[in-house]
Design a binder for this molecule. Structure first.
Ligand code: GLU
Length: 486
């Protein structure tokens, strides 16, 4: 437990969907806050107007809420430091930039795009390790600046980065990180459209919103020296930084859309449970120091610490996600699965059918150990919902021998004599027939399953018969005589 109640934030730039990497960042922030009785804040960083996407904020909020990561302050619920959308805070950034200009820490730059382009090309020609602004406008006199401003010459505001400085900061995951200020450009703080850059807005807001820990993806580590310089320029205390390891494809390249889905919404729509996705994402870069893999969100809150976050990249292994999904599904009460199954049935050709709760609950119980997704309670066992339309050719050869019709006829007759049969009644009836025919039960069970379900695998055959009911079983055996020809 850390001393002061921490305040952390998830600060996405709305792009239209929530990236799984974003979910991991949000989750680690959430876990860290909750573990330490702190606050988790959602702040929308939408100052890049070129990337503005309509309804992106709503989608983000929806995805976070679906995942169960409820924040304590945020755009839709407000909070002591509102507004939590950067495009609504432009005055604040302006005021702070003016302060830096007055202190000589930042300066107006009136260079035209052409000049900047030429400068870059020259530097590239000289093969300089890095192209940088040449501080041309740093030396403008006050009257030149005033003139330019009153003539409405477009400008940006830049931070004056002093050369030959060591920029050192402490990272909770990477320990000491050092950059050379000669590699840091005089970054733009306010763009010519009047909007702040990510760097300025991010630092100002983290300070004003009293953020104690900045927990974000490793891709931001190269921005951190710029942020550190800004904290110093303002004379503000720096937060603790923690840069989370990259997410990788199985071939260890950076996780990309090309190799699979990256949007949380896509996983949700494919039928992944939020519990499984959260559990899986939590393990992308963190473990509790043992080999435990199954967690609920509240258990993650209990177990999480930044100290146990790894430095090295975390591979996104879809096989593991699938198996966690199966495990979480299996642990759900049947009544909860029933609700999800009913919703899923509504999306299929079976939606017009009126299945009873009792019937669906029996399917759930029979199939629970055999499925990984709710939709597999339908897709993997369509035979519960409709009589088989076709019988797999390869399986016919295996299950349908010349003597099979005679044997099944005996079974059919034995079943038809049963009254309201239980599972055990079917089992006894089959045992009797097998004795009569002097064959092992398996010789009857396989063709029987095949006849009633059209498949050679599935739940226990007596469960199958019981769930389908005697009338349906007999109907299907009769239909099999008609339909299976080998
Ligand atoms: N707006 C940045 C993003 O899109 C936030 C990075 C940070 O957390 O500082 O991820």
């Amino acid at each position: 437990m850390i001393n002061e109640a921490p305040r952390v934030r998830f600060a996405p730039s709305p792009t239209g969907y929530l990236h799984v990497g974003g979910l991991r960042t949000a989750l680690y922030n959430y876990l860290f806050a909750k573990h330490n009785n702190g606050k988790f804040i959602l702040r929308i960083e939408d100052t890049d107007r070129n990337r503005y996407v309509e309804s992106a904020v709503d989608n983000l909020i929806k995805a976070l809420k679906w995942a169960g990561l409820q924040y304590d302050e945020g755009p839709d619920i407000g909070g002591i430091f509102e507004p939590y959308i950067q495009s609504q805070r432009l005055e604040i950034y302006k005021k702070h930039t003016d302060e830096l200009i007055a202190k000589g820490e930042a300066y107006y730059c009136f260079c035209t795009p052409e000049r900047l382009k030429n400068l870059k090309e020259e530097q590239e020609k000289k093969k300089l390790p890095q192209t940088k602004y040449d501080k041309h406008c740093l030396n403008l006199s006050t009257s030149e600046i005033e003139n330019n401003l009153s003539n409405k010459i477009p400008y940006v505001v830049r931070l004056n980065v002093l050369p030959d400085q060591k920029i050192i900061f402490c990272d909770a995951i990477r320990n000491r990180v050092e950059f050379d200020s000669n590699n840091v450009d005089d970054q733009v703080l306010i763009k010519s459209d009047g909007y702040p850059t990510y760097h300025l807005a991010n630092v100002v807001d983290d300070h004003l919103m009293k953020i104690t820990h900045v927990i974000r993806g490793e891709e931001w580590i190269s921005s951190t020296p710029k942020h550190v310089l800004l904290y110093d320029a303002f004379g503000w205390e720096r937060p603790t930084f923690a840069h989370l390891p990259l997410l990788l494809n199985p071939d260890r390249s950076k996780l990309s859309k090309r190799q699979g889905d990256v949007a949380v919404e896509e996983y949700r729509d494919k039928g992944y449970l939020k519990e499984a996705l959260i559990n899986f994402v939590a393990l992308l870069g963190w473990n509790a120091g043992d080999d435990r893999e199954f967690y609920y969100l509240n258990e993650l809150v209990e177990a999480f610490s930044l100290e146990r976050v790894n430095k090295s990249g975390a591979v996104f292994d879809i096989v593991k996600l699938n198996s966690l999904n199966a495990e979480h599904l299996r642990k759900k009460p049947n009544e909860e699965i029933l609700e999800m199954l009913r919703a899923r049935i509504q999306e299929t050709e079976f939606k017009i059918q009126n299945y009873s709760d009792e019937f669906l609950l029996m399917i759930i119980e029979a199939m629970k150990e055999r499925v990984s997704f709710v939709h597999e309670f339908i897709d993997n066992c369509k035979y519960f919902y409709e009589a088989p339309k076709e019988y797999e050719k390869k399986a016919i050869e295996k299950n349908w021998k010349p003597e099979t019709p005679m044997q099944l006829r005996k079974l059919r007759d034995a079943f038809s004599r049963l009254e309201n049969p239980t599972k055990e009644d079917y089992e006894h009836a089959l045992a009797k027939v097998s004795e009569e025919l002097v064959i092992v039960k398996g010789k009857l069970i396989h063709p029987l399953r095949f006849a009633v379900s059209g498949q050679s695998t599935g739940p226990g055959v007596f469960d199958l018969l019981f769930i389908l009911g005697k009338e349906e079983v007999i109907k299907r055996i009769d239909a099999a005589f008609e339909n299976i020809k080998n």
